[in-house]
Design a protein around this ligand. Structure first.
Ligand code: MRU
Length: 310
């Protein structure tokens, strides 16, 4: 499970959390004496998506409450199933809130993949598009291809096309020009971690898109479950940003396009400042600026628990 998360066989913040939860359950069945080591190993896979820590902390609390039970593995598996089921339900709820933001005929841009293949199912940003379509809205969706891993070109386009939605792929560098040429009603992306002030880490390139949206007066929304919010991070500066192998940039498909001797910098995520974000779409509704007020209210109501990351 740890290797699958590291090499991005499983990717997307909520999906990483679900995979880690099942990884912990598998360890409990196969090597119960090494469960602590397994949890530790899973926590070191990818640093930015807070779901990983959120899911592992749920697994850890089941472990702590049931240390001496002989059906511990079963209890951990049950918790992983619960995390999986909850994620689909939450995505449907947040998507229903999000679709209210879109007009009947909407042109939208998204970045990376925040769909069924990034979650347990249905998706967050793509869930909003699915819910809009289910409500009879007509969408024209532009998917940034999302260099260097092409999650938009490969995964988002696949998901939307297979759902019969109208999807067009663009290179990341085309989004600003597209906004200047055609009416775009909204930009909606997912998130890997949201700080208390609303600053949001998401796939590299999201920040560029948010700046372009601001310049062209297009509202930029984040769609993310409350489990994406890390109240231990006061601002985006506190969010750890993963840097991945330069080869992801150097090599496209089977072709090495940038030679070894040329340095490459490959941060996997960027942070969009909260002032560029028009709203954060969650399962309890759409949060507005100043985000810390809404976020504190939600986590102080006794019904939702904030879980900090690493
Ligand atoms: O590196 P990835 O593919 O795991 O990055 C995924 C993203 O940035 C998604 O937008 C984010 O995890 C939200 S998925 C609902």
């Amino acid at each position: 499970a740890a290797l699958a998360i590291e090499d991005m066989t499983v990717r997307g913040a909520p999906a990483i959390g679900v995979a880690a939860a099942y990884g912990a359950a598998i360890a409990a069945y196969n090597a119960p004496e090494q469960l602590e080591a397994a949890l530790d190993r899973l926590s070191k896979t990818r640093p930015t998506a807070v779901h990983l820590y959120w899911a592992l902390s749920r697994m850890r609390s089941v472990l702590e409450k049931n240390k001496d039970e002989n059906n511990l593995a079963e209890l951990l598996e049950r918790e992983a199933n619960e995390i999986y089921r909850e994620d689909i339900d939450i995505n449907r709820r947040l998507s229903n809130h999000g679709q209210t933001l879109l007009p009947t005929n909407a042109a939208v841009i998204t970045h990376c993949n925040a769909g069924a293949l990034a979650t347990a199912g249905y998706g967050t940003a793509l869930g909003v598009f699915r819910a809009a379509a289910e409500n009879g809205k007509k969408l024209k969706i532009y998917a940034d291809e999302t260099r260097p891993r092409f999650q938009g070109g490969r995964i988002t386009s696949y998901e939307l096309y297979e759902d019969g939605l109208d999807v067009t792929v663009i290179c990341d560098s085309m989004a600003a020009f597209l906004m200047s040429k055609r009416r775009i009603d909204a930009v909606i992306t997912g998130a890997d971690r949201v700080a208390l002030n609303g600053d949001t880490a998401n796939k590299i390139g999201t920040y560029n898109l948010a700046i372009a949206a601001k310049y062209h007066d297009v509202p930029f929304y984040i769609a993310a479950p409350l489990s994406t919010i890390d109240t231990n991070c006061l601002t985006g500066a506190d969010i750890p940003i993963e840097e991945r192998s330069p080869d992801e940039v150097r090599v496209i498909g089977c072709a090495q396009v940038i030679p070894e001797r040329i340095p490459v910098w490959n941060p996997a995520f960027d942070v969009t400042p909260s002032e560029l974000i028009a709203g954060i779409i969650t399962e309890v509704g759409i949060l507005k600026r100043p985000y810390d007020i809404d976020i504190n209210k939600i986590f102080n109501d006794g019904k939702h628990t904030a879980v900090g990351g690493n």
